[in-house]
Design a protein around this ligand. Structure first.
Ligand code: FAD
Length: 539
């Protein structure tokens, strides 16, 4: 067998035709670098995106080709000089390298089964730690059962809901997996998700998403993978307090939980952006918290057809499915910038809450993106100078105030206060039926008056601009729903940049969105995995 060292080339600057197969693009990539089929040892699409600015819509692609290390055709040299071909980045690994660290074989508790917690547990288990993962919410099947009565008008369960329970906040989401961080751990994480049943396209699709329906099969498979590695899961188990060593400052010796004491050698906190009660207790125990800027605004919903028509033209190519968008409006003078966030094509708006009497919007969708609605967050960044108050939890207090306001303005039934985009811009109330995919419905309210002035001003400027990008976006068919209060976390836990140990602690790491170090499924998963690897590498 040929064992010559190999090199992976990343071939860019290619555009795939809507009718063109992947194999045909691979052939074109080989021709581009002057490689005959028998000179390549494999190839795959590494990245595919949709460029909706062009007509017809284009699919820019990057292809990875594996060639012998010594392969140097004239064509390759020319393409490398032009920058269209380069060496593909080397993927990282979730398998810890260190076998002699002090936490190898140790008892590690991971708090939270969101992406950060699950991907912290994986390298820890692969590296031989004895891992227990706990979550205050229920396992997936029980979580699903408990959400049904809430969505039918029943009481909200503060422990198991759209934010808490197996899989964390992203379980009922679009399952978008893109990140702007381009980290070496991204590929091994995506490979784990594919092995757990996620579609293989997530490995290269620049707009990769899994969808709530598929996440419901992927998450149990991921849990089984961890169980097979010896990880123990405890659901319905809330971390109440840390047990701290009386003789060694900054050493956690165990956890007090709703299911009893749990002695341990190290803890990974991965509690997500809504564990407000837990943060307050941990702060009293000396865990440092800082307030940080976060995003705040509304969700906007349109008929999906309006978005797809504007993005892809008419008739929209069926192969492209429901169109998505990402919009930004730069600041201008004293008016702040705004951007769309967490756009869910073919999805629905959800009441993403865990505290009774509070309302916060978000969006989810299934893998097929098949609903007739498109929704997205429209957010503005707010800092401590905007939301006022003192102390590390001033942002949380602001979120709570605004969520309470949204609940009341919606009529106290988890219906969202809403205003059509054209009425928002004109500063008038909306009349008539306000159709929405939110199961609790929408109720007319003056969002332009309820929102902080800076947010109203920024959203108005952005909506006026985006109408030019997507005709109809800011008209009567765009419905603003309040409020999008938790697009990112309002606190940060300061930590060491390499070990991810919380400042002042020897065996406590804080990761993911709740620690203020991630903002999305992939970035939380990467942060968690970094923590697991870093803990095992500690001498
Ligand atoms: C409706 C919705 C849709 C979203 N859509 C997307 C999307 O499409 N793409 C994307 O990238 N991001 C999306 N997000 C954001 C994404 O879900 C989060 O960024 C991500 O889940 C954060 O991961 P995490 O592991 O840090 O925390 P989480 O996923 O929030 O997990 C934290 C877990 O900790 C548990 N926990 C909290 N406190 C305790 C305690 N005291 N004891 C025990 N357990 C505790 C919670 O029950 C929870 O399960 C969405 C969020 C929502 C709410």
């Amino acid at each position: 067998m040929d064992r010559a060292p190999l090199r992976t080339l990343r071939v860019g600057g290619l555009v795939q035709g809507l009718e063109e197969s992947d194999a045909e693009v691979l052939e074109r990539a080989m021709r581009r670098v002057g490689a005959a089929p028998d000179e390549t040892r494999g190839g795959r699409i590494a990245r595919r995106s949709v460029d909706a600015r062009k007509r017809p819509v284009q699919l820019p692609v990057q292809v990875d080709l594996v060639v012998p290390e010594g392969f140097r055709s004239k064509a390759l040299q020319r393409e490398e000089r032009s920058g269209r071909v380069r060496s593909a980045p080397l993927p990282g690994s979730l398998q810890p390298r260190s076998t002699g660290g002090r936490f190898v074989g140790a008892r590690v508790v991971v708090v939270g089964t969101g992406p950060a917690g699950m991907f912290a547990a994986l390298p820890l288990a692969l590296g031989g730690a004895q891992v227990t993962v706990l979550d205050r919410g229920a396992d997936l099947s029980e979580r699903h059962k408990r959400l049904v009565p809430f969505h039918r008008g029943g009481a909200l369960d503060p422990e198991t809901n759209l934010l808490f329970g197996e899989g964390g906040a992203g379980t009922y989401s679009d399952g978008k997996l893109y990140t702007r961080v381009d980290h070496p751990l991204e590929v091994p994480i995506l490979e784990e998700l594919v092995a757990a049943g996620a579609p293989p396209e997530i490995l290269f699709d620049a707009r990769a998403h899994v969808g709530t329906d598929r996440l419901h099969t992927v998450l149990p498979a991921l849990r089984q993978r961890l169980v097979d590695l010896g990880v123990e899961f405890r659901f319905g188990c809330r971390l109440e307090e840390l047990e701290l060593s009386p003789s060694e400052p900054g050493r956690v010796t165990g956890l007090r939980t709703t299911l009893g004491r749990l002695p341990c050698d190290a803890v990974v906190l991965a509690t997500g952006h809504s564990a407000r009660d837990t943060w307050e207790t941990l702060a009293l125990q000396g865990v440092p918290f800082e307030t940080k800027p976060f995003q705040f605004g509304v969700r906007i919903e349109h008929p999906q057809e309006l978005i797809t028509r504007a993005r892809y033209g008419e008739p929209a190519p069926e192969v492209l499915g429901a169109a998505s968008y990402a919009l930004t409006a730069k600041p201008s003078g004293t008016v702040r910038g705004a951007h769309s966030f967490c756009m869910c094509p073919g999805g629905r708006v959800v009441a993403s809450v865990h505290e009774e009497g509070h309302l916060c919007t978000n969006g989810m969708s299934n893998s097929t993106h098949s609903s007739r609605w498109a929704n997205s967050g429209l957010v503005v960044t707010l800092g401590p100078e905007d939301y006022g108050g003192d102390g590390p939890f001033a942002g949380v207090a602001f979120q709570r105030r605004m969520e309470r306001l949204a609940f009341e303005a919606g009529g106290g039934t988890y219906a969202a206060p809403a205003q059509r985009a054209d009425d928002f811009l004109a500063g008038r109330p909306s009349r008539g039926e306000l159709a929405t995919s939110l199961v609790f419905g929408a109720r007319a309210a003056r969002l332009d008056e309820l929102l902080p002035e800076a947010v109203t001003g920024a959203l108005a400027a952005a909506l006026a601009r985006w109408e030019r990008v997507i005709p109809g976006y800011s008209g009567a068919e765009g419905l603003l729903l309040g409020f999008e209060a938790r697009s990112s976390g309002p606190v940060r836990i300061p930590r060491d940049r390499d070990t991810l140990l919380v400042d002042g602690f020897r065996n406590l790491q804080a990761v993911g969105e709740g620690a203020g170090w991630a903002g999305g499924i992939m970035s939380a998963a990467i942060d968690g995995a970094r923590a697991g690897l870093a803990l095992l590498a500690l001498a």
